[in-house]
Ligand binder design. Structure first.
Ligand code: CP
Length: 333
């Protein structure tokens, strides 16, 4: 693996989940792999889980880590080419990324979208430029349109909390009974949020569905359709109750409109999952990437119950990051 930006960087989802669970069972088995290597973390936006879990993963592999909070501690970054820098920006991404690449063997970058210009955000201009100019393997810590470490974590968590066997002959997990039904549901929020987490979750789940691991449904109000490039193969429902019927996993997340980019179209009815709304599920477990706004996005009756997987899910962020960094180190020995 040379980089980690999307599900396209992983061929066999079963194999990477199996490898991640092996890391979980034996976190220090590969502590020589990253010895005398440096992983640099560049944050243009806040983070709790990604920041800590990915550092822990790198350290489990024997790496040293450096964190640059570019938004707070860095020089104001210019990302456009061909401009005279006579305004507020102080350093160009060409030099900044290249210098950080000199100090590090692997770099991780978090850069959220502006949510103002769809074309700019969906071009992933900032991530692509940083990847090009740092000249080192790069791991997305969430970009404008995707959050792949979160989505890999989510798949690990779903497989771990279901009944599967791994078959060595075809290198696949196979459900021992019915394949789990996984539902991504839109949930309310007070401000417009990016589509990165639901886009990414959807593209990982669509691939998991195509590889025979799960059945995937998206429940959303009208006006909140995601970019169809990310939902190929998903069943789309506009009735949350119908979508939840027989579900094994509910993944709650807010996102803003893709069509009316960054807007929050008015929504009718109750979309915040509560214990009562899980009545017709198959005792569904509930997931969320966190941070979550209690009793706005997700009911605290769920969060405080056995149905919630949110903390176990956050804990698995370490193993998703560790398998990705391990694969990159192995490919760049
Ligand atoms: N889920 C997630 O990425 O959390 P942070 O934003 O805190 O890193």
């Amino acid at each position: 693996m040379k980089k980690f930006f999307s599900v396209a960087d992983v061929e066999n989802l079963s194999l990477i989940v199996k490898e991640a669970l092996e890391q979980k069972n034996n976190p220090h088995a590969n502590e020589q792999l990253g010895k005398h290597k440096m992983m640099g973390f560049v944050f243009l936006n806040p983070s709790l889980r990604t920041r800590l879990s990915t550092q822990k993963a790198a350290m489990n592999l024997g790496m040293n880590v450096m964190v640059m909070n570019m938004d707070k501690d860095g020089w104001a970054l210019e990302t456009q080419d061909g401009v005279m820098m006579n305004g507020t920006t102080v350093e160009h991404i060409r030099e900044a990324a290249a210098v950080m690449g000199e100090y590090c063997d692997i770099l991780g970058l978090r850069c959220f979208p502006g949510l103002k210009d769809k074309e700019v955000d969906y071009s992933e201009d900032l991530f692509s430029k940083f990847a090009k100019y740092c000249n080192k393997p790069i791991v997305s810590l969430e970009s404008a349109t995707r959050h792949p470490l979160q989505s890999l974590t989510d798949l690990i968590t779903i497989i771990e909390h279901s009944d599967y066997s791994f078959y060595e002959n075809n290198q696949q997990f196979v459900a021992n009974g019915k394949k789990p039904k996984v539902v991504l549901t839109w949930a309310p929020h007070v401000k417009a949020l990016p589509q990165a987490v639901p886009n990414s979750f959807s593209e990982w789940m669509c691939k998991a569905q195509a590889q025979g691991l799960i059945d995937f449904v998206i429940a959303q109000p009208k006006g909140y359709e995601l970019n169809p490039d990310f939902t190929l193969g998903a069943t789309i429902e506009y009735d949350q109750k119908a979508a939840f019927e027989g579900a094994d996993f509910i993944y709650a997340k807010n996102w803003s409109s893709y069509a009316d980019y960054g807007a929050m179209p008015a929504v009718e009815g109750q979309w915040m999952p509560t214990l009562a709304s899980l009545e017709n599920t198959n005792d569904a477990k509930v997931m969320h990437c966190l941070p979550v706004r209690r009793d706005l996005e997700l009911g605290s009756d769920i969060l405080d119950s056995e149905r919630s997987l949110v903390v176990k899910e956050a804990s698995n962020r370490v193993w998703a990051a560790q398998v990705v960094i391990k694969r990159i180190l192995e490919a760049n020995k």
